[in-house]
Design a protein around this ligand. Structure first.
Ligand code: ZN
Length: 164
């Protein structure tokens, strides 16, 4: 499997499951590691948290709020899928036992480079992980003028410790 295979595959992904499948393939191919039995949850989280993996659990949680915001921004499907790929890859690496944040960030960069090549948005996101989140923070400020209160709803339910 070459770079263009993964680039085309990611562009065609239409679900989190498909993107996650690609994450697993990329990790298997670049690091030789694999695990099964993970579940994906969507939850409204503060906008500065993209996703988290609770150590010892089998669940990766994606920030539903952030994804909804991304969907409203005029970004390409490639950028959108790249962001989801990046977030899932980061948490998948945690689930494989990499708990050091710096190490995980380096691995996200390495896997993205080897999977998509250096000019791909996933690589840019791996180099500047806060950039995409900053854009979202800005758009969430606009969001506060929106009368629906979905942002606040689950805010206090986050009681469990997590690694972002
Ligand atoms: Zn992390």
């Amino acid at each position: 499997m070459k770079e263009h295979y993964f680039i085309e595959k990611l562009e065609k992904c239409g679900s989190y499951g498909e993107i996650f499948d690609l994450v697993k393939k990329a990790v298997k191919r670049t690091l030789g590691l694999h695990r099964v039995g993970l579940l994906l949850y969507l939850e409204n989280l503060p906008p500065n948290i993209g996703a988290y993996y609770q150590v010892g659990s089998n669940g990766i949680v994606l920030n539903k709020l952030l994804i909804n915001l991304m969907g409203k921004l005029l970004i390409s499907k490639t950028d959108f899928n790249s962001l989801i790929f990046s977030l899932l890859l980061h948490e998948y690496l945690h689930s494989l036992g990499f708990l050091n944040e710096e190490e995980v960030r380096k691995l996200v960069y390495e896997v993205s480079m080897k999977t998509f090549g250096k000019n791909h948005p996933t690589v840019r996101m791996a180099l500047e992980p806060s950039l995409s989140l900053n854009i979202l923070l800005l758009s969430s400020i606009d969001e506060q003028t929106d009368p629906h209160l979905e942002i606040v709803k689950d805010f206090e339910k986050i009681e469990h410790p997590y690694i972002t």
